[in-house]
Write a protein that binds this ligand. Structure first.
Ligand SMILES: Cc1cc2nc3c(=O)[nH]c(=O)nc-3n(C[C@H](O)[C@H](O)[C@H](O)COP(=O)(O)OP(=O)(O)OC[C@H]3O[C@@H](n4cnc5c(N)ncnc54)[C@H](O)[C@@H]3O)c2cc1C
Length: 341
């Protein structure tokens, strides 16, 4: 039986970054991906400023650098042009292949079409037949994680999503968010510009707004805004924000397998990268506490915001309007922006 010091299950942003961060050690590392290519993930493809700073993403895989941001409530809007891009958008497939390319000159072993189908003590089974042993196992396999299941950790905090990619000839580099309590409870609609298409989508926790209602309301909202999705690609996939820790003896969880996404914005790429780095540091015996505290605080800030919107009930619409008005104050604007980007 083959044996590796570290087996990472899943070549998403979390798994690949964790692998890259382990590539400067003498540890033997195997990265497994069930699909033929990495990065084939349903996503709006927005990477916020902190993520941009972490990765030196070359221009050729950036679809849009977004300086213009517009936030809408039902009655008001706040538009701001930033001197530097606040978000980049990427095609997840290209982003995935770029991340994988970075591993090419390292000793990390990568296998595609390698689905982990079972986990036993200190060994995994690939595609139902091949056993490989490990010292450390890293679950980087997204919101529907076999590694998390093996740890018997439930996933209770989940967002349902609906999204369309609408093809367009020209796309303005402008990101828009629509807070609309009538249709989306405490959540909102995003509109992210890409090269020749825009991603428009929404999310909600089914406890407050069921997936079915979200979908219906989203279609009503699209109609109200005159947004035509007849030629668009429909997508839906859960987002997990049920964080219960990263380390469980010799098994680790990173990214959405660990529930590291934001339950408010649905952002998860940045948190996936950071958690991947945290776990690589734990395995290497290097300090990780500060990095972990920083990312937990980032999510905590957003979850407190979400909780507040959930608690205030019918006042939610007023709160949305108030947020827009408060953003006109530069101090408040800075505080809120820092908490979300
Ligand atoms: C509609 C939607 C829009 C989103 N928009 C954004 C956005 O704009 N910005 C943002 O930051 N986040 C966004 N997210 C969230 C973001 O996509 C995820 O948080 C992020 O991709 C998580 O990264 P990850 O590496 O943890 O997992 P993933 O990207 O899900 O990668 C997991 C990998 O593991 C592989 N895998 C799974 N099971 C197995 C197995 N058994 N064996 C082997 N391999 C396996 C999968 O094929 C996949 O490649 C969005 C999510 C959705 C659903």
């Amino acid at each position: 039986m083959e044996y590796f010091d570290v087996i990472i299950v899943g070549a998403g942003p979390a798994g690949m970054w964790c692998a890259e961060k382990l590539s400067d050690t003498n540890l033997s590392v195997l990265l497994l991906e069930k699909n033929n290519e990495p990065g084939n993930k349903i996503c709006a493809g927005g990477i916020t400023r902190k993520g941009i700073l972490m990765l030196d993403i070359p221009d050729e895989i950036v679809e849009q650098k977004v300086n213009n941001f517009v936030l809408h409530s039902r009655h008001f809007k706040h538009a701001k042009e930033w001197p530097v891009p606040i978000t980049y958008t990427v095609n997840r497939l290209e982003f995935g292949n770029w991340q994988l390319q970075r591993l090419k000159n390292t000793d990390i072993q990568y296998r595609n079409n390698a689905r982990v189908t079972a986990i036993k003590e200190n060994q995994i089974i690939i595609n139902g037949r091949e056993a490989i042993g490990f010292k450390y196992l890293v679950g980087a396999d997204g919101p529907v994680s076999i590694v998390r299941k093996h740890l018997k950790l439930p996933v209770e905090k989940v967002l349902a999503t609906v999204q369309y990619y609408i093809p367009l000839e020209t796309v303005e580099p402008k990101m828009e968010l629509f807070l609309d309590h009538k249709y989306f409870h405490s959540w909102y609609v995003w509109l992210f510009p890409h090269k020749n298409r825009i991603a428009v989508g929404a999310c909600s926790n089914a406890k407050w707004l069921s997936g079915k209602k979200l979908k219906n309301n989203f279609h009503r909202w699209l109609k109200e805004k005159g947004i035509d999705v007849s030629n668009a690609e429909y997508q839906s996939f859960p987002i997990s924000y049920d964080y219960r820790g990263l380390k469980f003896n010799n098994t680790f969880l990173v990214g959405e397998a660990a529930g590291m996404a934001s339950g408010f914005t649905g952002e998860g790429i940045y948190q996936s990268l950071v958690s991947g780095e945290v776990v690589s540091n734990i395995i290497k015996g290097e300090p990780y506490e500060e990095l972990l505290a920083e990312i937990l605080q980032y999510n905590d800030y957003q979850h407190k915001f979400l909780e507040l919107l959930q608690k205030i009930g019918p006042l939610r619409g007023l709160a949305h309007d108030l947020i827009i008005l408060l953003l006109r104050n530069s101090f408040v604007n800075k505080r809120i922006t820092e908490g979300f980007s």
